[in-house]
Design a protein. Structure first.
Length: 441
């Protein structure tokens, strides 16, 4: 019936049927076309149902009984990793990206103020004129002076007390991109100078020279993102931190004098992913060396495909959708990882593997629970891969995400935070609502 629906769509729209075929990815990116695929619609879902589903998933994350977004006073808010009882730059920066994509300046500004008050290191007199959200964030999250100036403490208690002073590089990656989009969408004269804040993070980072072991969050030799921007964590990277299209955004609109450097970072990141991903299974490790080789650190987190790794299919799909600069390899990759997961059973593939596809000997805990699961987060990210896939089974992954429920697993474990956010990102991708935000004319 859905194939018939595709045909009817084509006839009504007066377009060729290949334009509505979900097994034929587009060959140009949104930087060039400013257009985005609505794969749900291509597969026959009604637009009213798509809109309602996307809004429902968004509301579940921000307002439902299992929400992870919490407002503080009249000007601030945070996103909490409920199972770990903390606030992380990962979730806060994801929240900023989601807010700007949904044109929710109220949510964006609340999160930014909390983050800069409690998590960001900065000079005491920096941007004191900003809104209450910004002041809250700078007090509790942003490093206010010293070698960590400009970076964000990666984990805080929900009252703003820092669990760690050090940053995690993916937080800064998303902060900068979301701030640039906020500048493009809302301008810089509404209480927060978003572009100045993005540049501040970049400039502070690029000024790091190893003093007190603090380094840029982009390794300047390899032009690749670090796992952690310090002497030790800067020796390796995390494949799930690689979103090459974000550097293309910075090159266009950060206006920080480093456009050529950021474009080279995008190219290096794509080259790195080729080497980082297993040639047969399409799986990648959680961490590895800049040349793509395994760390071999004999730790439970490192050489295997685990929780961090889930994000890679969706990140590569984003790069395909926006830039489409590595389309042949990315199409092969999308088919490859879906083929592997499909071989494990589309309803039964688990969330942790060795990168060669064999089962891990030890299972990484999630919160207080230790079990292999058919996790919603990986269901979501693997369902985003069809943006670049060319095989029929991609449709099944999309359908599985559409019908998947966000509810406790058999052992009672429930992840409102990571599963919830990845599910929302996947619905944004597949409905054509995860977009490059160009400057308002």
């Amino acid at each position: 019936m859905k194939n018939l629906f595709y045909l009817l769509l084509c006839l009504i729209a007066g377009t060729s049927c290949s334009q509505a075929d979900p097994t034929k990815p587009w060959d140009k990116g949104a930087f060039e076309t400013q257009k985005y695929r609505n794969l749900f619609a291509e597969m026959g879902y009604k637009q009213a149902d798509i809109d309602a589903k996307l809004q429902s998933v968004f509301d579940g994350v921000f307002y439902g009984p299992d929400k992870v977004y919490f407002e503080v006073g009249d000007s601030m808010a945070y996103i909490s990793d409920i199972k770990n009882h903390d606030v992380r730059t990962e979730g806060m920066s994801y929240g900023l990206m989601i807010a700007v994509q949904f044109d929710r300046k109220d949510i964006f500004d609340r999160l930014w103020r909390w983050g800069t008050k409690y998590m960001q290191h900065q000079e005491m007199n920096f941007c004191l004129q900003l809104t209450k959200l910004w002041r809250w964030g700078t007090k509790y999250m942003q490093h206010q002076d010293g070698p960590l100036k400009g970076y964000f403490a990666w984990s805080c208690e929900t009252d703003g007390t820092r669990n760690s002073q050090g940053p995690a590089s993916d937080g800064e990656l998303y902060y900068v991109t979301a701030l640039i989009f906020a500048s493009n969408r809302w301008g810089n004269d509404t209480g927060i100078n978003y572009l100045a804040e993005a540049r501040n993070i970049l400039n502070c980072s690029m000024e790091k020279d190893g003093t007190d072991r603090v380094m840029p969050f982009i390794n300047v030799e390899h032009k690749l993102i670090t796992f952690v921007p310090d002497i030790r964590g800067g020796l390796f990277t995390d494949p799930s931190y690689h979103v090459p299209a974000f550097y293309e955004v910075w090159a266009r609109w950060a206006d920080d004098g480093r456009a050529d450097f950021w474009r080279e970072c995008a190219e290096r990141s794509r080259e790195y992913l080729h080497k980082s991903i297993h040639p047969v299974t399409g799986l990648n490790p959680d961490y590895n060396n800049y040349d793509g080789s395994l760390l071999g650190n004999n730790h439970i987190i490192g050489d295997a495909f685990r929780f961090d790794s889930w994000r890679v299919p969706m990140n590569i799909a984003l790069d395909y959708s926006w830039a489409c600069a590595d389309k042949e390899w990315q199409q092969e990759y999308g088919n490859k990882i879906q083929n592997f997961l499909y071989s494990q059973g589309i309803d039964t593939f688990v969330d942790q593997y060795n990168i060669d596809g064999t089962q891990v000997k030890d299972t990484l805990k999630a919160g207080e629970h230790k079990a292999l699961r058919h996790s919603l987060g990986l269901i979501a990210t693997s369902a985003a891969a069809p943006l670049m896939c060319t095989h029929e089974k991609s449709r099944e992954f999309v359908d599985k995400l559409w019908n998947a429920k966000h509810e406790p697993y058999e052992d009672g474990y429930f992840d409102a935070y990571y599963d919830g956010l990845l599910r929302l990102f996947a619905f944004m991708h597949l409905s054509g609502n995860y977009r490059i935000i160009f400057p308002e004319k």
